[in-house]
Design a protein around this ligand. Structure first.
Ligand code: GLY
Length: 364
């Protein structure tokens, strides 16, 4: 089974190709959009040994000249010193304005290699080849690229759309269980903010999803990408609507930060953040209580945490306040009026926030 999702952004438009085994067609799909050129395949020490040779052979068979770069796995590679090493590698293998960077890996590699492509020679071609569920449904689509600074995550970055995204759900077989579940949190998010049908599909097919059924995954990833494409087409640079993609992330980021990014994966923190946002939505926008319970239940059935670690609200609230997306000093929450109807820019009273945190802790 194959699915394609088109992202319509004028001259920056591109297609997302999804299907089990499609990694072997990467060369042909690149030929659809690029002239034969040099390609630097960037991966990490987890993904490189599994898929980099296969990727390189496939690109070479299609007439591309391939070089490879591998960075250590882990968020610490998403840094300026590592980008600097990659610039040196790009120069030494002779990348020019017509060359391409292929980001082969999860969200870290996508953001890092994307930033390399966005900035080297003022921007060269980027091909995203995501191998984690989170990267497939979120970070490979939409053009956000970034590295971290010691002061915070994603503080240096750029919008740089890929020329192509090639997503092979068969690569998810090698993904550790927790990482896979963390990606499912983002899948649930798309259903909750924009697609009641997708949420119902997830609820009805938990077992198949947990078994990583590749046909179902192809459908589900395509559905998520279709939602993301629609949102990004309306607001490429996050001046408005795109903020709804941050549902669950405001609290999620704060919890990650207070835990110093240890012990909780991003998707796990977002899962807790979505339960919090759903409870806030009951208080602020009149979301029926049963819908908040439903969101909590689906996340829990997928093996995701729905309760936060025992942290003091004051500490978490402090971390919410310094989120870089807070504008004008006021925290603006993404909430839902109903499943599929997200509203951004919601201001919530401090007492409601604290009461909801206590309620969330109490659900343990
Ligand atoms: N991950 C949120 C966005 O791409 O806007």
């Amino acid at each position: 089974m194959r699915r394609q999702v088109h992202v319509n952004l004028g001259e920056r438009s591109y297609t997302i190709h999804i299907g089990a085994g499609i990694l072997d067609e990467l060369g042909d799909r690149c030929r659809d959009v690029l002239q034969p050129c040099r390609v630097l395949v960037v991966s990490d020490s987890n993904v490189g040994p599994l898929y980099a040779q296969r990727t390189a052979r496939c690109l070479e068979a299609a007439g591309f000249t391939v070089a490879q770069a591998e960075v250590p796995a882990g968020e610490q590679s998403k840094s300026l010193p590592v980008v600097s090493d990659l610039y040196s590698r790009a120069v030494s293998v002779g990348l020019d304005r017509d060359s391409a960077v292929a980001a082969l890996g999860g969200g870290m590699v996508g953001d890092l290699a994307g930033f390399l492509a966005a900035t080297f020679l003022r921007g060269i071609n980027l091909v995203q080849v995501p191998t984690s569920l989170l990267a497939m449904v979120d970070s490979s689509v939409g053009g956000k690229t970034a590295v971290n600074l010691p002061q915070g995550k994603n503080l240096v970055g750029s919008f740089h759309q890929p020329r192509l995204v090639v997503t092979d759900p068969a690569t998810l077989r090698s993904l550790p269980e927790r990482e896979y579940a963390a990606g499912l949190a983002e899948v649930v998010k798309y259903g909750v903010i924009r697609s009641p049908g997708l949420l119902a599909e997830v609820e009805g097919r938990i077992e198949e999803l947990l078994a990583r059924d590749e046909c179902l995954l192809t459908e589900v990833i395509a559905a998520c990408c279709a939602v993301k494409a629609q949102v990004v087409e309306a607001d490429e640079r996050e001046a408005g609507l795109r903020e709804i993609l941050n549902f669950g992330h405001t609290l999620g980021h704060a919890v990650e930060k207070v835990c110093a990014y240890r012990g909780m994966l991003h998707g796990e923190a977002v899962s807790v953040g979505m339960v919090f946002a759903a409870l806030l939505s009951v208080e602020v926008l009149g979301l029926p209580e049963r819908e908040a319970v439903r969101i909590r239940n689906v996340l829990s059935s997928l093996g995701l945490p729905v309760c936060p670690p025992e942290l003091r609200w004051a500490e978490v609230r402090g971390a919410v306040g310094v989120d870089k997306k807070g504008r004008g000093g006021e925290v603006r929450w993404v909430l839902i009026r109903a499943v599929g109807q997200a509203e951004r820019g919601c201001v919530v009273e401090e007492s409601v926030l604290e009461r909801t945190w206590v309620r969330l802790l109490g659900q343990a």
